[in-house]
Design a binder for this molecule. Structure first.
Ligand code: FAD
Length: 474
């Protein structure tokens, strides 16, 4: 009897899941998720890979996946440990014929797969393409010839009218091997993982909950019910609210939603309601993700090095107390602090917010960008290696883009994207005592006044902020 072990990783869904389809042709199939406790330990750059928000979303996604598998006659086995130890043990004990999983692109995941393959010995490990929008064979040119700059990448990809045909979830699945039944247990809770509960703070972005049903609900709502997608181009730089962008990223990152399904639905929406600037912008947003994925495939480890893809010596390498202040949302620059507090409280911030805080850390505070990227890795619900490290490298000016760095003037950004100071008021309660007009510039107040507010003082107000200070325009 053929028995497959299906190894779920960041593909926690049944819809459009090529590895699941491949494994489901066996007589017995054991779906397994391995939660590696190493992810909960501090890494070399001081942050954990899996913080409390990410862990909460992951555990919810696992519960939802188990429910969906049960509804089709299967189960999810969740085990804590390292895949290269756990999976060979299971394979031996349950007489598994092959292990099936999706292909990976990040260096750490690739070496994990290599270690697993070695430990599996005679049991074949089948890698199925499945995470990205396009597989290598669907690219318009060989991977090495893909443009290294986003604009050129878009030009190659944008008009490529691929008709994405995602695979439907199977209605029934093979039962798990009989001997596996006694191994089943509920997934761990946050406190089992030693993480405690996230504090619930009024959401400024979205009440994200893990799992495929929640993901499909959001996709349906954004494209069909509320049709928020039709305002995407004008709304996407806002900082507050559920509708300023699709909010699909946490589900895409955990694989609760397939990116091919997103694009297939976007194309259907366009066929029914027409293509507009917003639907095109959303397609280009998805292409950013694809761009960074292929950048990681081509450049691998180089993306994580201090000098980035340019291997330059110019990127700052300092890490001092200013990095700590940045993480705590206590730099004295209100827009930056508000974003960092939203991130810590909810695990999410807008793209605009991410750009502002990343640029501030690197260009104003001159801190090592890799520490910022690692902090994001711990906290972002939507953390993905390629998108996170790729965007950080891009903002730092050490990606392949000809632009040296994407320096953003944070005060100009505050004036433009938070003109009524609603966002900083939401997250920085200590500034609510000030008149609205002062909430972006508390640093012009005296020491005494700032102390009374319990808000930190900025060491230095850059020259470039002068035109945006109170009264400057008059
Ligand atoms: C410093 C920094 C770090 C980032 N880290 C991540 C990360 O770890 N994971 C992540 O998914 N995104 C990351 N982004 C990109 C972007 O901020 C988020 O994808 C976006 O804010 C998610 O919200 P949304 O789903 O509403 O996006 P929308 O604006 O609705 O876009 C739709 C989808 O397109 C993709 N996308 C859009 N912009 C980008 C982009 N610049 N890069 C890659 N994909 C993009 C995402 O999958 C997103 O869900 C980062 C951006 C910056 C500046």
């Amino acid at each position: 009897m053929r028995r497959s072990l299906l190894w779920f990783k960041h593909d926690l869904r049944l819809d459009d899941h090529p590895a699941l389809i491949a494994a489901a042709s066996s007589e017995r199939m054991l779906p397994v998720y391995v939660l590696d406790p190493k992810l909960l330990q501090q890494g070399q750059l001081g942050a954990r890979a899996l913080g409390v928000h990410r862990a909460r979303f992951l555990l919810e996604s696992l519960l939802a996946l188990d429910g969906a598998l049960r509804a089709r006659g299967s189960h999810l086995l969740v085990v804590q440990g390292q895949p290269e130890h756990i999976l060979p043990l299971l394979a031996e004990r349950l007489d598994i014929s092959e292990v099936v999983t999706h292909e990976e692109i990040a260096p750490q995941a690739l070496s994990e797969i290599a270690r697993l393959r070695a430990k599996l010995g005679q049991v074949p490990l089948r890698l199925v393409p499945g995470h990205g929008l396009l597989q290598a064979s669907e690219l318009p040119c060989p991977v090495e010839q893909l443009p290294a700059v986003y604009r050129d990448f878009c030009a190659v990809m944008e008009e490529r009218l691929v008709v994405f045909q995602p695979l439907a979830a199977p209605e029934r699945l093979p039962a798990i091997p009989e001997a596996a039944v006694e191994l089943l247990m509920p997934p761990p809770t946050l406190s089992h993982l030693g993480l405690g509960e996230p504090i619930h703070i009024a959401d400024s972005a979205f009440p994200f909950s893990g799992g495929e049903a929640a993901a499909q609900g959001r996709l349906r709502d954004y494209l069909w019910d509320s049709q928020g997608v039709r305002q995407y181009a004008s709304a996407r730089d806002s900082l507050i609210g559920t509708e300023y962008s699709s909010k699909l990223s946490p589900w895409l990152a955990n694989g609760c939603l397939s990116v091919r399904r997103v694009v297939a639905d976007l194309r259907r929406h366009e066929a029914q309601y027409g293509r507009n600037e917003s639907t095109q912008e959303l397609w280009r947003a998805v292409l950013w993700r694809e761009f960074f994925r292929w950048t990681l495939v081509r450049r691998g480890e180089a993306l994580f090095q201090a000098g980035g893809l340019k291997a330059t010596q110019q990127a700052p390498t300092a890490v001092d107390e200013r990095f700590l202040q940045w993480t705590q949302g206590r730099t004295g620059m209100p827009l930056v602090d508000a974003c960092m507090r939203e991130l810590a409280a909810t695990g999410f911030i807008s793209k605009r917010g991410r750009q502002v805080v990343a640029s501030y850390l690197v260009n104003e505070l001159r801190q090592d960008w890799r520490h910022g990227a690692a902090w994001f890795e711990e906290h972002l619900l939507d953390y993905e290696a390629a998108s996170n490290w790729g965007n950080w490298a891009y903002l730092t000016g050490i990606a392949c883009d000809p632009v040296r760095s994407q320096t953003l003037n944070p005060l100009l950004q505050a004036r433009r994207f938070d003109p009524e100071a609603a966002y900083v008021s939401l997250w920085l309660s200590e500034l609510r005592a000030l008149p609205v007009a002062m909430r972006h510039t508390p640093f012009v107040l005296s020491h005494l006044q700032l102390n009374a507010l319990n808000y930190p003082r900025l060491e230095h107000v850059p020259e470039s902020w002068q035109p945006y200070l109170p009264g400057a325009a008059a």
